[in-house]
Design a protein around this ligand. Sequence first.
Ligand SMILES: [Fe+2]
Length: 282
Amino acid sequence: MALEIRPLSEAMGAEVTGADFSKPLDAADVEALNQAFLDHHLLCLRGKPLSARELLDVACYFGTPHAETTRSHWVDGVPEISKLVSTYEKPEDKPADPRMNRRTGWHTDHSFKEIPPKATLLHGHEIPSSAGHTRFCNAERAYADLPEATKQRLEGLQAVHSYDTMRTPARAIARTAEEVAETPDVVHPLIRTHSETGRKTIYFNSNRTDRIVGLERAESDELLDAIHEHMTQPQYRYDHEWRVGDIVVWDNCSLVHSVNVDYPIGEPRIHLRTLIEGTRPI
Ligand SMILES: [Fe+2]
């Protein structure tokens, strides 16, 4: 089967059509998908809604999916697939200030972990009639555009990633004492090298990156604010307008993402998600 792969935007991303993703792909197609993933950082596989089991097969083309520990999150008994319901059931669910919804913050998934996921796969099952886009910025390109002197200044800096940081207005969900013990602060390089392409990128998460090791708070905040502003400029950005059946898979090393949370109250917004195992950031 001939996959068709077309760029989605100047900044990143490619659309993949020409296959029925509920059926197995041959090895050549899987290789083509993985090469396109490295080239474009994000792929949108167009198709129809898949079951958890079918989605798991697609996720395995990109690596090893994580199993969720919480059984209540499993979909159809598949530990690797979670159901994410982001519907506003009632008016109180939707904050007046979108910044109070943590999904609006530019982030890379699970950077509070020592070994964060390589990729996230999100599959649209029910999509509201407006807004609700997932927005992405290309941190690898933002890094490449930095002046040489700035690159040298950032080289070797280490950043503390916390489960929550007071740098962002919305608080993370409360953790039990056991969960707090399981989520200590971790340190990652601010400039990270992609494990497969060897290209450098800025590894920053506005919801979790708390400070730069060895800098005073004010100096650290100033530097992180400047990075945040630089990497979220329009030339690095692609907004994904969801269609039912889309499978969007993105690279958590080279991209940050956020959600346009201004979608209508009472309209279902439901995705299936899986995370693909990564490597320790270096
Ligand atoms: Fe996310």
